[in-house]
Ligand binder design. Structure first.
Ligand code: NI
Length: 172
């Protein structure tokens, strides 16, 4: 297994809609293992394939830090088929340095997709799981949580992020 480099905003691949996985072959299996390792190393609760430079509709989620009963989830070609309610909570992203914001999301979702063996699966999630599912599926559609901010907040974010990036480049 190997740690993969996590792409950071404003890298272009993060803005592109990913392509469905058509064959769950050995290179996809290796990618899944590497994504799981990379997610844990970065202390994230989810990671989408395009965040590690592969524009495929595939993500991994592990919210066990908050809810230890929920196992690691590998989702291939996921789609949200039902949404219920609305709730606002804070989000961050491994692809965005040092920024968190409150984002409105559906309170519960039902997601259909396939597991790593190609078996069809359905996941019903509330709370953090619902948020993680929506956040990761957004990634696969080429959306970041900052795309869900109000225009004013997004402008504020962009200014602040420029500063963050220039400070980071000075340090390295
Ligand atoms: Ni993210």
């Amino acid at each position: 297994m190997a740690l993969l480099e996590i792409k950071k905003y404003p890298e272009k691949i993060l803005k592109e809609k990913t392509a469905p996985v058509v064959d769950i072959n050995s290179s996809i299996q290796r990618l899944i293992d590497d994504m799981i390792e990379t997610m844990y190393a970065a202390k994230g609760v989810g990671l989408a394939a395009n965040q590690v430079g592969v524009s495929k509709r595939l993500c991994v989620i592990d919210i066990s830090v908050a809810d230890e009963k929920t196992p690691l989830i590998v989702l291939i070609n996921p789609e949200i088929v039902e949404r219920k309610g609305s709730v606002e909570d804070e989000e961050g992203c491994l692809s965005i340095h040092e920024y968190r914001a409150k984002i409105k999301r559906a309170e519960e979702v039902l997601v259909k997709g396939f597991d790593r063996k190609g078996k069809p699966i359905e996941i019903a999630g509330g709370d953090l799981l619902a948020r993680a599912l929506q956040h990761e599926i957004d990634h696969l559609d080429g959306l970041l949580f900052i795309d869900r901010l109000s225009p004013i907040k997004r402008e504020f974010f962009k200014k602040r992020y420029k500063k963050t990036l220039s400070e980071k480049s000075k340090k390295s």
